[in-house]
Write a protein that binds this ligand. Sequence first.
Ligand code: GLN
Ligand code: ZN
Length: 782
Amino acid sequence: MTAQINATVAGVPRIGPGRELKKALETYWKDATTGRNLATVATQLVNQQADALTQAGLDSVPTIGRSFYDSMLDTSALLGTLPARVADIDDHGNDGLPAYIDRLFAAARGTADLPASAMTKWFDTNYHYIVPELDADTEFRLDDAALLSDLSDQITRGTAARPVLIGPLTYLALARTTDGSDALVHLGEVFDAYARLLPRIAERGASWVQFDEPYLVTDIAVDDGRRSDLLARTRAGYTKLAAASDLHILLQTYFGDGDLAVSTLSGTGIAAFGVDLVTGRTDERQSTDTRTADADLLPSWTGQEQILAGVVDGRNIWRTDLSRALATLKTLAARGPVGVSTSSSLLHVPYSLAQETSLDDDAELRSWLAFGAEKVAEVAVLSRLLTGTETETDRTAVAVSHDAVEARRVSARTHNEALRARTAGVTDADRHRSPFEQRREVQARELNLPPLPTTTIGSFPQTAEIRRARADLRAGRTTPAEYHQAMVDEIRDVIERQEALGLDVLVHGEPERNDMVQYFSEQLEGYHSTDLAWVQSYGSRCVRPPILFGDVTRPEPMTVEWFRVAQSFTDKPVKGMLTGPVTMLAWSFVRDDQPLGTTADQVALALRDEIDDLVDAGAKIIQVDEPAIRELLPLRRAQQPAYLEWAVGAFRLATSGVADSIQIHTHMCYSEFNELIGTVGDLDADVTSIEAARNGMQVLHALRESGFELGVGPGVWDIHSPRVPEQSEVDTLLTEALEAVPASQLWVNPDCGLKTRGWEETTASIRVLVAAAEKARATVSA
Ligand code: GLN
Ligand code: ZN
């Protein structure tokens, strides 16, 4: 029984290198009789993963067992806190699956009769978890059969399995209550439940257990009095857990400075702290590099517990400079026991470079990267070097990795001198337009729109034919000319439909875009889009974030042709439609060798040029979407102002090059705005469309209170379900909107783009929306 871990990773992905779990899940959901197949696929994936990690040289293997959807949801199943409404769901007796599986899926996805639980982003990542639903009366009843049987299987197979559990503080802090009570009152009960579980895990033959407590290293979002009380209760809880069994406890944090965990929980009997030494030591969202020196890391650490140093980046895809990482490890090792790990779970990166065919012709870029399997190998090499058991090959690997990182640093692909000269010449004036009142007047004359103008957010239904046309082109089954014609026909149709519906400001419908980030990344220099580098976003859904590796430039116009086609079919204004710089970064793997703000400005300049070309082609309105601006907001409040400064600056750099007559729109789709109300104004877009339908125009009240004077289009149709709103519902929302802000500021539009909707509900709903605007106009001009 070893009391020390030399090499491990903080967590593992579950979806499978070929998205095997996705396919098995979707088959199961279509036809619940295939439970056996789902069980088999999940077991195989867990076994393969355990074997691969063991063979790669890890001496402790994190295991989440067979996890079918999300770890927070697994935790709810384990603690017996799945929502009460799913309690009566029949479990189909699917042999081989956990007994709660159908209740778990009902909570995650809803059923014909029951709503799904809320889902939200896991900290500042693009992974989504299922939000626990608790109330004051929630009881915590362990349902650990599935966890223990999966663990026994691993132990029997000889895996040094370390179950990974979500820590009580994090679980409750991320939960919601249905009765407005405070979820954290249950802290002691969750600790008690885990205290009952640990001896049962120990009995199965495990020697380590991991608790993930990322919440400990973000701002604890309560007032200071509460904060110290919570930390004290957390400390008492872990003291109890440490005494509950012989298991060694690894307390894992990520996405922040692990020293906060060490200072809170050192001396409680915890055996080791897993810390993020990548995000935890730099704030890559800052405009300057603020990397903490090796000697200054983890000041609270006395050497009493082991540190599992997350020196290999678990959430970005860059190859580690092993010599630099080794230096960090050695500095720490002089102070106490150290093992090697990743900075976070590998859930956030693709499985393996080996299968990534898009890099076959780009050995240079490939040499700069490390996906999951490569990161595991990096951990193993570092741990052998740290323990003095390295081979000649390991020593070579250090030199090779250092050379690769250096090569990336000086490559012409990461340093475009012309672009560097251009960014150096950017002035404050480049980020400013004339005063809004002045623009508003010129634009009113130029556009001549009715009061309460109607528009949509950009995309129209992505039908099966559209997706097929794109796939056919990619596979070479159709010629570029045929594809072009198919898109022209689609755009003509979309324009005709919008004219028939009576919308005032039209869009081309975005049929040519697979994804609002990938579409642009494929056309920008400095970006690489992948073939198979999938990461789980939620449930069975995966995304393929493009890799922003170098200096970003725009070889040629990206959207102008489609705009021209669309505008040629109508006299009404068609919006030019672009994805903003922050969103282009948020949904990509972004270079880590310069501040994010610098990269955002490069993207902004490419967009600025695109906007120029759109204006030359006749565009009078340009929309620059920033749905992700909230998502990149740093978890710690102290770091937020610096982020907002460069994020707003990049948006304004992209959009401030136009004449007063050009109307700039932006779109954001989340409704919890409180932290960002000021930012919406700072962007200085002439019109902002925003999600509001589900929250009864709350956003508008907040905006009004902040003195917002720019144009605003609160969504009056919730597009997230196929339901067509009643006329009276939209009328009411619009009336509320008119009470909150002056009519002269208001636009009428849906909550978000319509690409996931069908034409039937889209047409019917827009008809309702336009009718509501027309009715309201009568009252406004009367
Ligand atoms: N213009 C995009 C669309 O309509 C915006 C999507 C988004 O907000 N995520 O699809
Ligand atoms: Zn949106």
